[in-house]
Design a protein around this ligand. Structure first.
Ligand code: URA
Length: 241
C-alpha cells in the first residue's frame, strides 16, 4: 500500500484528531516499527509497518464503519438545511472522513444506523437483490391480530399502489397499544409505517434493532456510536454476497 502521513493514518481510526497526533508524536508516544516518529508528517505504509500509539497497536482499515444508536430528531442525511443530521452526532475527525448513512431511518425513528465511506458494500447491503433483513421494534395504536400477521406474510398492495413483498410481523404484546417486531427484506420509503397504517394500526414508535446478522449494541446509549469489529464487518460482507 502507498505510504501516507502518520497524522492521516492515525486520525482515520477516529480516536485521535490530527492535532492530538501531533502532540502525541512530540511526546514520543507514536512508534513506527518500534522507533519513535519524529514528525506527524512522517510517512509510513499502514499495512506494512507496525504503528503504536500509547503502546496500543493500530489496526489500519481502509474504510470506516460505524454503528450509531440513532436518537429521534436527527435526519439520516449528510447535509440538510431542515435540521441536525446524524453526522452531527459524530466527532469532527470522523465527520471529515466522508461517512454517509447506509440507508435511511425517518427523523423520528431510533436505533441501529450504520455509517461508512465504503460505497460498494453499503450499496450491496441496501440492494433488494440481497434481501438483507431489517428488524424493527414497533409500538402501534390498536390491537394487532393473527390476520395482520398473515397479511404481512402474504405481502400487500397499499392504497397508493405500493407493492410490499412478504414481511414478518411477530406480535410481542396486545392491548389498546400493541408491540411487535417487523422484519423487512426491502426498504421502501416509510415502509413499516405505511404497512401498519394500511392495517389500521398506526405506528406510535419505531426503532431498528437489527440489520442482517448485526443487532443494535444495547451498550450504546442513544446518540452514541462505536466502530464495527472486524468480525462484524466480515459478517456483513458475507451476507451481501
Ligand atoms: N420504515 C419506516 O416507516 N420508517 C423507518 O424509519 C424505517 C422503516
Amino acid at each position: 500500500m502507498e505510504k501516507q502521513r502518520l497524522d492521516k493514518i492515525i486520525a482515520s481510526t477516529g480516536k485521535w484528531s490530527r492535532r492530538e497526533v501531533k502532540a502525541l508524536v512530540r511526546q514520543g508516544r507514536v512508534l513506527v516499527d518500534g522507533v519513535p516518529a519524529r514528525s506527524a508528517e512522517d510517512k509510513a505504509d499502514p499495512l506494512a509497518s507496525e504503528i503504536t500509539v500509547n503502546g496500543e497497536l493500530l489496526t489500519y482499515r481502509k474504510y470506516t464503519w460505524v454503528m450509531l444508536n440513532k436518537p429521534a430528531g436527527y435526519l439520516s442525511a449528510t447535509e440538510d438545511g431542515r435540521g441536525p443530521t446524524v453526522l452531527d452526532l459524530l466527532p469532527p475527525e470522523l465527520k471529515k472522513q466522508g461517512l454517509f448513512p447506509v440507508g435511511r431511518l425517518d427523523k423520528d425513528t431510533e436505533g441501529l444506523l450504520l455509517l461508512t465511506n465504503e460505497g460498494g458494500l453499503a450499496h450491496d447491503l441496501l440492494s433488494p437483490r440481497h434481501h438483507v433483513e431489517k428488524v424493527y421494534y414497533t409500538r402501534v395504536a390498536g390491537r394487532l391480530t393473527e390476520e395482520d400477521c398473515r397479511a404481512f406474510a402474504a405481502g400487500m398492495t397499499l392504497d397508493d399502489g405500493l407493492v410490499c413483498q412478504s414481511a414478518g410481523l411477530e406480535i410481542l404484546s396486545v392491548g389498546e397499544e400493541s408491540e411487535a417486531h417487523v422484519t423487512l427484506r426491502e426498504g421502501k420509503f416509510h415502509q413499516v409505517k405505511r404497512m401498519l397504517a394500511f392495517r389500521g394500526k398506526p405506528v406510535l414508535y419505531l426503532e431498528r434493532v437489527r440489520m442482517g446478522n448485526l443487532p443494535l449494541d444495547l451498550s450504546l446509549s442513544r446518540g452514541e456510536h462505536r466502530f464495527l469489529t472486524p468480525e462484524e464487518l466480515e459478517g456483513l460482507r458475507h451476507i451481501s454476497h
